[in-house]
Design a protein around this ligand. Structure first.
Ligand SMILES: Cc1cc2nc3c(=O)[nH]c(=O)nc-3n(C[C@H](O)[C@H](O)[C@H](O)COP(=O)(O)OP(=O)(O)OC[C@H]3O[C@@H](n4cnc5c(N)ncnc54)[C@H](O)[C@@H]3O)c2cc1C
Length: 405
C-alpha cells in the first residue's frame, strides 16, 4: 500500500530544520555566499546536533535510525535554505555513509561510520578526475599493492568537501591490465583518511555557484592505505561507485525539489509586492504561468523522490527511479530558478534577493551525479532494453518498520 502522508517524526524533522534554518542559516547565508565562506562550525555543528549527519544510519552505528524518506525530507528542507547544506547530505550522508553501511566490514563501520554518523568526522567521495567525469571508466588513479598496503597515486577534482572531510571514499585501479582495457572490474574502492601521508587538497578557486560550500581537489602522492581499508572486495570499486550514486542522486533529487519550492515561494512573495501597470505583477497571466509551472514541477518532483525513497525503504532496486527523480528535479530547478529571476526583473539580477543565489546554485546539480545528458541516455536505454540493473552483492538495508531503527 502506498501512503503519501509523512509521519509525525518526518514532520518534526521538517519543523526542526526550518526553525534551525531560520535562526542559524538564513541570517548569515547572504554574507557567507558573497564571501565564499563555508561556515563550518555553525553548519556542521548544527547539522550534527539535529542528527542529520547520520540520519538514516541505524542507532547502533551512531545514527538517528530514521528511514530513507527522512533523508529526502532533510535534503529538501536543507536545499530550501541553501544548496551548500544539501551537498553535505549528498556526499557525507548519501554517497559515503550509506555505502559504508551497506558494503563495510564491522571493523570499518566501527572505525569510520560511527564517528561519521555522530558528526565528529566528515566524509567525501572521490570519483571524478581532471580527465574523467561522466566517463568514469577512464579515471587514472592507481593503487599498487605493496605488502599489506596499497600505494595510491592520482588526483581527484571537483570534490565536494575536499578541504573539510576527514575520510574519503576513493575509486582507483588495482589491475593494470584491466585499466588498459577499460574493464571496470579492475577498480577498487578505498577508505582514505586526510591524515595519511602524501594526501593534500585545495580549493576550486574560480567556482561561481554554491559559494557557501567547499569544493576542491585532492592529490594522492604515494599514499599508503592499509589493505583493511578496501571497501567491499578487490575489483568491486566501480560497482560500489555506482551504488553510492543511487544514494547520492536521491538526496540531489529531493534537494533540487526544495530549490524549486524556494523559487516558487520567493516568486509568489515578490509577485504580490511588485506592481506594474497599476496591478500586482501576479495579476499578469504570463507571470502566473511561470508560478504555476513551478508548482507543477515541485509537486511532480516531490512525488518522484518520494517513490524512490519508498522503494529504498522496501529494499527494492531503485537505480532507474532514483535517476529519473534526479534528472527531473534538477532540470526543473534550473527552470524554476531562471523563471524566479525573471519574475524579480532587475532585482532578480542582484544578490539583494535570494533568487540570484538560487540561479547560481541550481546549475551544478544538472552536472554532478550524472549530467542531464547521461540521465537522458540512461532512461532511454532502460526503455529500449539496452540497460538492465543486475543484482549487487550488497544492498541498502531496507527500512520497513517504524521510523526509528
Ligand atoms: C559543484 C560540483 C561538485 C562536485 N562534487 C563531486 C564530488 O564530491 N565527487 C566527485 O567524484 N565528483 C564531483 N563532481 C564532479 C561531477 O560529478 C562531474 O563534473 C560530472 O560527472 C560530469 O563530468 P565532467 O565535468 O568531467 O563533464 P564531462 O563528462 O566532460 O561532460 C561534458 C559534457 O559532455 C556531455 N557528455 C559526456 N558524455 C556524453 C555522452 N556519452 N553523451 C552525451 N553527452 C555526453 C555531458 O553531459 C556534458 O554536457 C562535482 C561537480 C561539481 C560541479
Amino acid at each position: 500500500m502506498i501512503d503519501f502522508t509523512l509521519s509525525d517524526e518526518h514532520h518534526l524533522l521538517e519543523q526542526s530544520i526550518r526553525e534551525w534554518g531560520a535562526r542559524e542559516v538564513l541570517p548569515y547565508i547572504h554574507d557567507n555566499d558573497r564571501a565564499h565562506r563555508f561556515d563550518r562550525e555553525r553548519i556542521l555543528g548544527g547539522m550534527a546536533t539535529l542528527g542529520l549527519l547520520g540520519i538514516s544510519i541505524p542507532q547502533e552505528y551512531g545514527g538517528a535510525g530514521m528511514d530513507y524518506i527522512a533523508l529526502g525530507v532533510a535534503s529538501e528542507e536543507l536545499e530550501y535554505l541553501d544548496t551548500s547544506l544539501r551537498v553535505i547530505m549528498s556526499v557525507h550522508a548519501g554517497l559515503n555513509c550509506l555505502s559504508l553501511l551497506s558494503w563495510g566490514t564491522e571493523a570499518q563501520k566501527q572505525r569510520y561510520l560511527v564517528p561519521q554518523a555522530q558528526g565528529t568526522k566528515i566524509s567525501g567521495y572521490g570519483l571524478t578526475e581532471p580527465g574523467a567525469g561522466s566517463d568514469a571508466r577512464h579515471i587514472q588513479t592507481t593503487a599498487t599493492k605493496r605488502g599489506d598496503r596499497y600505494i595510491l597515486n592520482g588526483e581527484k577534482t571537483w570534490i565536494s568537501l575536499a578541504n573539510v572531510a576527514d575520510h574519503f571514499l576513493v575509486i582507483a585501479w588495482t589491475d593494470a591490465e584491466k585499466k588498459k582495457q577499460g574493464d571496470p572490474s579492475g577498480m577498487t574502492a578505498f577508505i582514505v583518511e586526510r591524515t595519511f601521508k602524501g594526501f593534500s587538497s585545495g580549493a576550486m578557486k574560480e567556482k561561481w555557484g554554491i559559494l557557501a560550500g567547499d569544493t576542491g581537489f585532492f592529490k594522492m602522492d604515494d599514499v599508503e592505505v592499509p589493505e583493511e581499508n578496501i571497501l567491499g572486495t578487490l575489483g568491486e570499486g566501480f560497482k560500489i561507485a555506482m551504488f553510492s550514486l543511487d544514494q547520492g542522486r536521491y538526496t540531489v533529487a529531493a534537494g533540487a525539489t526544495g530549490l524549486v519550492r524556494a523559487c516558487r515561494d520567493a516568486s509568489v512573495k515578490y509577485a504580490r509586492e511588485r506592481k506594474t501597470f497599476g496591478v500586482e505583477i501576479g495579476q499578469h497571466q504570463l507571470v502566473k504561468e511561470m508560478i504555476a509551472g513551478m508548482e507543477s514541477d515541485y509537486q511532480s518532483a516531490r512525488l518522484l523522490w518520494l517513490r524512490a525513497g519508498w522503494m529504498k525503504n522496501q529494499g527494492m532496486r531503485n537505480t532507474r527511479e532514483t535517476g529519473l527523480a534526479k534528472w527531473f528535479a534538477t532540470v526543473a530547478s534550473e527552470k524554476a530558478a531562471s523563471d524566479a529571476v525573471q519574475i524579480h526583473g532587475a532585482n532578480g539580477y542582484s544578490d539583494e534577493y535570494p533568487v540570484g543565489r538560487f540561479f547560481r546554485n541550481c546549475k551544478a546539480a544538472v552536472i554532478y551525479e550524472g549530467t542531464r545528458e547521461i540521465h537522458k541516455l540512461m532512461q532511454a536505454d532502460y526503455l529500449l532494453g539496452y540497460r538492465t540493473d543486475r543484482p549487487t552483492r550488497c544492498v541498502l538495508p531496507p527500512h520497513t518498520g517504524d521510523v526509528k531503527g
